[in-house]
Each structure stands twice: as structure tokens, then as C-alpha cells.
Write a protein that binds this ligand. Structure first.
Ligand SMILES: [Zn+2]
Length: 118
């Protein structure tokens, strides 16, 4: 009897943990920010949603990176850096996805939005 209670308790705890994890995943999916830094300094930062569609160019002292965002998926489509690693990097759409252009010191990163107003 005692053992059965422990098993039930463990199942309830496991279900709660699973529910919390699921809420976290759904929650974090709804709150994404795109953060762009150039040479370690913030260049641009904005909320990213599945409805975000943009096309812009990051101008740096070392060159440019052309960015296209299609339905919240971020891609570097063109740049005048010498290695084009940033252009070859697969599009970013999830938190922790990152596109880096080392020659231009550009970091394009998706981070979780903690809901802070700014
Ligand atoms: Zn590059």
C-alpha cells in the first residue's frame, strides 16, 4: 500500500514537471527577440514573431550584411565579407539560434523574451 502511494505521488510529480516544461516551451516560443550586435554593441533588438517579415541591411565599419526575415525565420542573404560564413549559416528561427559574421563582428541571435517592456 505504502509503495503504491509513492508510485502515484511520483506519477503526479512527473505529470506536473511535464506540464511545466510544456508551458515553458509554448511560452518561450511565443516570446522571442532578435538581438543584433556589432562589435559587441547593440545594433538592433526587437520582438520576433511568426508574423515578422523584414528586409534590412546591417551597416558596419567593415561591411554590410543583408538580412531577410520571413515569417519569423531570420536569414543572412548577402554580405561583402570574405568568407560568407554568415550567408552559408542556416536560417535562425529558435531561441539560441545564432548567425555570426566574424569579419564584420556581427552577431545575430534569437533570445527568449522575458516580457520586459522597453
Ligand atoms: Zn559574413
Amino acid at each position: 500500500m505504502k509503495k503504491k502511494e509513492i508510485v502515484i505521488l511520483a506519477l503526479v510529480v512527473a505529470a506536473l514537471v511535464a506540464a511545466l516544461l510544456l508551458m515553458n516551451i509554448i511560452g518561450s516560443h511565443g516570446g522571442r527577440r532578435l538581438e543584433i550586435t556589432v562589435n559587441g554593441e547593440e545594433y538592433q533588438s526587437f520582438v520576433l514573431t511568426d508574423q515578422t517579415n523584414m528586409h534590412f541591411t546591417i551597416e558596419t565599419p567593415d561591411g554590410y550584411n543583408e538580412v531577410v526575415i520571413t515569417n519569423g525565420v531570420v536569414d543572412v542573404v548577402d554580405a561583402d565579407c570574405h568568407n560568407h560564413v554568415c550567408v552559408d549559416t542556416k536560417p535562425a528561427s529558435k531561441i539560441f539560434d545564432k548567425i555570426v559574421c566574424l569579419p564584420h563582428k556581427v552577431v545575430i541571435e534569437i533570445v527568449g523574451d522575458d516580457g520586459e517592456m522597453d
